[in-house]
Ligand binder design. Structure first.
Ligand SMILES: [Zn+2]
Length: 164
């Protein structure tokens, strides 16, 4: 197959070139991030309408893509969904917190009742609840049974109601 004009103008990088570029970026991560942030701020106005238009005109594609992605990467999908949820709840610090990692780190022990947790009944507890300004970070997340987490949430809500 003959190469297209674009392909000839921008020949694909060799894996060696790609590796060295990745290394460079890794070595200068702060710098690369600063450049990306600056570029993002500068082109925000022109980029956002395009992104927004795409968002609204490709609803079907987004749904299909999301379905495929969530099937292929269920754990990642849940992790991102939790972070989005925390963002909406106003968590000022947030990162992708994986329940698998928390499970490993806490050695399968519930932080609320200190008993063993089966993987199927595992959930992520925010030590300082998001509602009380807690962060969505590994530091503020602990392993808990789903049922322990629910009863903690219920008692936190009653406590808050008592305050008013
Ligand atoms: Zn428990």
């Amino acid at each position: 197959m003959p190469l297209s004009r674009e392909r000839l103008a921008h020949p694909p990088h060799t894996s060696k070139e790609e590796a060295s570029a990745a290394q460079r970026r890794a070595n200068n991560r702060e710098y690369a991030n600063a450049i990306a942030r600056r570029s993002h701020a500068k082109h925000r106005e022109e980029r956002n309408p395009k992104a927004r238009a795409y968002y609204h005109t490709h609803k079907k594609e987004r749904t299909v893509y999301r379905k495929i992605y969530s099937k292929e990467h269920p754990e990642k999908f849940r992790t991102y969904a939790k972070r989005r949820y925390a963002l909406k709840r106003g968590a000022s610090k947030h990162e992708n917190v994986s329940l698998d990692v928390i499970f490993e780190r806490d050695k399968g022990i519930c932080s609320l009742c200190l008993k063993r947790v089966k993987r199927a009944e595992a959930s992520m507890d925010h030590v300082i609840p998001l509602m009380q300004g807690g962060d969505h970070t590994y530091q503020n997340c602990a392993l808990a049974h789903i049922r322990c987490n629910c009863s903690k949430r219920a008692s936190t809500i009653t406590q808050q109601q008592r305050l008013f």
